[in-house]
Design a protein around this ligand. Structure first.
Ligand code: CA
Length: 588
């Protein structure tokens, strides 16, 4: 009897010491299992929707801080990360390629990993990181020198560290990786340096490459170390050798549609920005000047990296309208499986989830100047006069005709993720109303140097606001409500079954809105601009909300007249965690 008890006790002790392991089931069920968040997007479909309703419209006003944590140091730059929660631990990345493991209940630091970055890294748009990934007994994140690192989840010790690409050529990495069936999938950043966008999948155990998929036509993919298939058809839509430096950075990571087993990645601007150098400055027969597959969404087979479908939001791209914004699988009000994406170019697209085929598109910002609309095939109806002019046609050959383009190159919506509510059926889109003066210039490629061939100045469109949080009905593009914000919005959005929409502002507030009316129900001043991605989860029966505070990102660096307008905002680096105290949950 005693021996039996001893054996049972030892067995329990053994299992207690064994590390909890994140499995494919954990990733698959991330949206519905509410006491952990193990994926970017709170589910690989990136809906950022929580079924939790403990915090709701009536009690959100009682939301108060539970704890805060400072990233410390002098590296207070844009904090764009989304925290993960697992096994009572928060995993959160900070600016300059740092990863912190914190006790999720108290905020106490368990360990910290600081990547040792080399001199000469070339991040285009601030030294941000957008989050980690977690699988098995490891936590993973990308670093600004274009590497991916696997750390022991409990210890922070390096298990493996691999080079995605050469940082000296302008490559970097800022996205949260995505994990599908034991493979960790990464993109790359560097579209302003004439790099080539690529998607890579690695074994999470060893870091060994399984497949690679460059996203510009003419480049060869690989599978298990051997050449696989060419992307597209050589010189079908790119002239000469320009495809070799064709851009299309896959810098925002991807989503995963489990119903079709499809990884969906977006691709950035073709390089250089000067479209006249890419045969794209004027219409060509067929799709000859389209520069595939830049400024596109790609459906990819996650097992081998083969492209299943593509949808190009901006063919003949000439305004830096990167096509990287997140693609969210959802079921529409008529029961159809769809994909939604709000593009930099100012249009909100609905695609068929089975094959990426175009269904519908609506403008989601005002006064779009470069296109009149989107035709029945999903192709923009260009306003040719509103394309920045060809410098080789100018008298001095130095500067093409300047045009005022809306949206600005920072987009009707940039990287900051929208949310989809299964409760309301609406998308909550963080958008910006701004334009730019833009002109083209001659440019030649030089490794590691900016490869734009364009100049620009961003300008506000309206006196009193740039940011615009919109609730959009994906059935018809109707804007159900809009909340304006003085500074450009740069924070992710989250929505809950409690009828709430959370997002942050550069002015420093985390806010909660009524999902049906847009009424502001709660706000909290975090001390610096919020450009992070809110999350919510539950621990010991209580619902928590967290967000990072720390102003930065692309706007202060590239925002032209808008940057001057927001130059008063202070930098920072904090994790804030909130809850409604138990005794106030039912209070009104
Ligand atoms: Ca770009």
């Amino acid at each position: 009897m005693h021996r039996f008890l001893l054996v049972v006790a030892a067995g329990m002790l053994g299992s207690g010491l064994a590390q909890a392991q994140v499995t494919e089931d954990d990733l698959r069920n991330d949206q519905t299992v509410t006491d952990q968040i193990v994926t970017n997007g709170m589910g690989r479909d990136l809906q950022r929707y929580s079924p939790l309703d403990t915090i709701n419209k009536s009690n959100v006003k009682n939301l108060v801080p539970a704890w805060a944590f400072s990233f410390g140091g002098e590296k207070q730059r844009g904090q764009e990360s989304q925290p993960l929660i697992y096994d009572g631990i928060m995993y959160v990345t900070g600016s300059y390629s740092r990863l912190f493991a914190l006790d999720a209940m108290t905020g106490r630091e368990l360990w910290q990993y600081d990547a040792r970055l080399p001199e000469g890294i070339l991040p285009c748009c601030d030294v941000v990181n957008r989050g980690a990934a977690i699988y098995g007994d490891k936590v993973f994140f990308g670093t600004l020198d274009a590497r991916i690192v696997a750390l022991g989840r409990k210890t922070g010790d390096v298990v493996w560290r691999k080079k995605i690409a050469d940082y000296k050529a302008g490559y970097s990495y800022t996205a949260a990786p995505i994990i599908v069936n034991g493979l960790i999938v990464t993109g790359n950043s560097g579209g302003e340096f004439g790099i080539v966008g690529e998607v890579q999948a690695r074994d999470t155990e060893t870091g060994e490459l399984v497949w690679t998929r460059p996203v510009i036509e003419g480049h060869m993919g690989t599978f298990k170390g051997e050449e696989s298939t060419m992307t597209g058809e050589l010189n079908a839509t790119w002239p000469g050798d320009l495809w070799k430096t064709g851009g299309g950075a896959t810098w925002l990571g991807g989503s995963y549609d489990i119903e079709t087993d499809t990884l969906i990645m977006g691709t950035g601007n073709p390089a250089p920005w000067n479209s006249h150098l890419r045969n794209a400055g004027q219409p060509r027969p067929g799709n000859a000047g389209d520069n595939l597959y830049a400024a596109s969404r790609l459906g990819i087979d996650p097992s081998n990296g083969e492209i299943k479908w593509h949808f190009q939001t901006t063919p003949r791209e000439g305004w830096d309208y990167d096509g990287v914004n997140e693609v969210i699988p959802f079921v529409d009000a008529a029961g159809n499986r769809r994909l939604a994406t709000a593009d930099r170019n100012g249009f909100f697209y609905v695609l068929n989830a089975d094959d990426g085929a175009f269904v519908d598109a609506f403008p989601f910002v005002k006064d779009i100047s470069w296109a009149e609309g989107i035709d029945e095939n999903g192709r923009p109806i260009f306003v040719e006069d509103n394309r920045p002019g060809d410098p080789s046609a100018a008298a001095d050959g130095a500067k093409g005709e300047n045009v005022f383009s809306v949206p600005s190159f920072l987009g009707g919506k940039n990287w900051m993720p929208m949310a989809y509510s299964q409760k309301s059926g609406l998308f909550y889109v963080p958008s910006n109303e701004w334009g730019m003066d833009i002109w083209n210039e001659p440019i030649t490629f030089k490794k590691g140097a900016a490869y734009l061939g364009a100049g620009f100045t961003i300008k506000p469109l309206f006196e009193d606001y740039i940011g615009s949080l919109k609730a959009i009905d994906p059935m018809n593009g109707e804007v159900k409500w809009e909340v304006k914000n003085n500074a450009p919005l740069w924070s992710g959005v989250m929505t809950t079954a409690g009828g709430l929409v959370f997002t942050g502002t550069p002015e420093g507030h985390l806010k909660a809105f009524d999902d049906e009316t847009g009424e502001e129900l709660w706000s909290f001043q975090t001390g610096s601009g919020v450009v992070g991605q809110p999350i919510t989860w539950e621990m010991e029966g209580e619902q928590y909300v967290a967000v990072l505070s720390g102003w930065g990102g692309a706007v202060p660096l590239w925002g032209g007249e808008v940057a001057k307008k927001v130059s008063y905002l202070n930098q920072g680096g904090l994790v804030w965690v909130f809850k409604v105290p138990k005794q106030l949950v039912s209070a009104n």
